[in-house]
Design a protein. Sequence first.
Length: 336
Amino acid sequence: MESKPVNSIKIAASTTKDPRNTQTPTFSVMTPVYNGEAFIHRCYGVLREQTFTDWEWVVVDDGSTDRTAEIVRSIDDDRIRLISYPENQGRGYARTEALKACRGDWVVLWDADDIYFPDRLERIEAAREQDYDYYCSYAVVVDNTLRIKGVRGFLPASGILPRFFVHSTLACPVELAREIGYDIFREQGGPGEDFRIVMTLGGHYNGFYDNDASAVYQEDREVNLQKSIDTNKAQKRALRMLYHEGILPQRPWGLFALMVRRSIKITILHLMRIAPGLYLRTVKLRAYGDTAPGFQLSQQRREFIDWVHRTDFSESIKQPQACPLVFPTMPLRKAN
């Protein structure tokens, strides 16, 4: 699809119906989680701060062995729907099951260990009202202590790959997400289940690429070389599968070049086992994708990250304390 000519959208003040009295909220906020006890309080606490309130929270506890499900059940908010499984099935399976349960018009990805700014749902609603097929945005990258490391943007289209966005910033119609699905590795297991929806949307639908950050992506708390190798192998499998399904452009030399690049990357990662310190330095210097020239994270968003870092959400849920920061109405601008 061709991009819309509109480069900015005015975000209207939220005048939404009470979601506690409806079976069809605007948004189904979807959180698959496995052993998320350390993050689930914060996840809900940040969601509760959203300026747009017409949502339900669909939590899929994927066989957690900790107190994740217990904590979710203890939260007094009838917008929450918990689905719990006795055994871990993998995040792709959990997302598929969550999609079946969603009652909203759009599904909003909301990972348990990430953080989202209070105006995120309002920004998505502004794009939704303009009939875009999906929404995505920049994501601030932070470390274990929520120290800002960079901003992950959009990777430009290259070869047979469409424009790439951070999956955890995605929102799209529930029916579209169900049609595309997450079960690419349901039988094989492993990472890469998000490739199908990112590649399909990026290559075949008209999305709104927000010129600001709506999410805070917390990188793996543990730098793991083997995990990086496994992830790249899974992504290589996923790309080959999506090519043969016709989701990626049918250019054999394009697929060949893509597979060669992935194989070289995997080989380099194997060689880094000899000098793991080099891998750590590489991770620190990694590129996070294209952002607008001169993009700077607003002071307001920096202060929100700091507020999240200072807040004990386990206590805040017992005695709610609203975030003291105000997120005013502002234009929603489309990234080039």
